[in-house]
Design a protein around this ligand. Structure first.
Ligand code: UFG
Length: 338
């Protein structure tokens, strides 16, 4: 039995690859579009191992309207589309704002045009809690105001949310779900797929695991003088498999009255950087070499999700703990190092 074909842009990426695996497990037939700009062909082999067959793959850049249209002509109709393909590094976006605008906003506009021309089901869009900036209240729910973006990257997420909302208003049959991720971490427990940062990781967990593996200098904790219980910043770290399963739930959700829905995806619990270090050591038995350092520009102090709307309306909640996520991240790093 098949629940239908699902186009996954960025399906060779970190969250995309895990979502492809969960889609297949739920009886969907994923089709991957990825330009491999920030991923690797060997991810496709890992996916094939986990799902038991080779998932159709198109090496296509989503800003290339003709190439994307050719994929739709070949593969449509789709039961749904999940749009992950985007650049995602906050610091890089400050240095290359035009690249972020062209790629992230351009690909979304091109994809919406293709969807308007072919039977495509609903769009599930990969957004970020960065749209909230420093929230006035935590946990933050979906009604919290969108704040002026701190970075070009954050702006592209806001702009795409706006564009998708405008398209829902313009096209009567079109439905979309915006998923605002908190901090995705971990890897598939099989260690067949995981995160593949190119170069020096900016994010906490890939840097931490590389530091423990001896591939980097000790982790610098960016600031321990914040107004939090232990002085370090608080985030909501969500296991990538839990996050992937939320995409399946968003696709499978029955059509409601609203054609545009938005959900926070997080665990609902905050963890400080120091707590992450301690949880990693408890989960793996490995010491994390680290030192305290100055604050990083642009960091929000504390943010974690109120994810009750996703639980209520999508029947989804996280099932994996921070320690499991860190153990899985470490298992993935260990096999990468072999
Ligand atoms: N951190 C360190 N040392 C490091 C790296 C990170 O102490 O070497 C700290 C940061 O200061 C922060 C926490 O670890 O307190 C998490 O940092 P990440 O870079 O892993 O994640 P961010 O919360 O900064 O960024 C994430 C996503 C972005 C998104 C943002 C929204 O990576 O895509 O959340 O808040 F925009």
């Amino acid at each position: 039995m098949s629940n239908g074909k699902v186009l996954v842009t960025g399906g060779a990426g970190f969250i995309g690859s895990h979502t492809v695996v969960e889609l297949a497990a739920a009886g969907y037939r994923p089709v991957i579009v990825d330009n491999l700009a920030n991923s690797d062909r060997k991810v496709l082999a890992g996916i094939a191992d986990l799902v038991g067959y080779e998932v159709p793959f198109y090496e296509v850049d989503c800003t290339d309207a003709a190439a994307l249209d050719a994929v739709f002509r070949q593969e449509a109709p789709f039961a749904g589309i999940i749009h992950f393909a985007a650049y995602k590094a906050v610091g890089e976006s400050v240095e290359r704002p035009t690249a972020y605008f062209l790629n992230n906003i351009g690909s979304t506009a091109v994809l919406l045009e293709a969807m308007a021309a072919h039977p495509s089901g609903r769009l599930v869009f990969s957004s970020s809690c960065t749209v909230y900036g420093e929230p006035a209240h935590i946990p933050v729910d979906e009604s919290a105001p969108i704040r002026p973006a701190e970075s070009p990257y954050g702006y592209t997420k806001q702009a795409c949310e706006r564009l998708i909302g405008d398209q829902v208003a313009a096209a009567p049959g079109f439905r979309a779900t915006l998923l605002r991720y908190f901090n995705p971490i971990g890897a598939h427990p099989s260690a067949r797929i995981g995160e593949l940062p190119i170069g020096r990781p900016n994010n906490l967990i890939p840097f931490l695991t590389q530091a423990v593996a001896g591939l980097r200098e000790p982790l610098t904790v960016f600031g321990d003088d914040y107004p939090t219980p232990d002085g370090t910043c608080i985030r909501d770290y969500i296991h990538v498999v839990d996050l992937a399963r939320a995409h399946v739930a968003a696709l499978a959700a029955p059509d409601g009255d609203e054609r545009l829905s938005v959900y926070n995806l997080g665990t609902g619990e905050g963890a400080s950087v120091k707590e992450v270090v301690a949880a990693f050591e408890a989960a793996t038995g490995r010491a994390v070499p680290h030192r305290m350092g100055p604050r990083r520009a642009g960091d929000v102090v504390a943010i974690y999700a109120d994810a009750q709307k996703a639980e209520r309306e999508l029947g989804w909640r996280t099932e994996r703990s921070l320690k499991e996520a860190l153990a899985d991240a470490w298992r993935w790093q260990e096999q990468l190092g072999r």
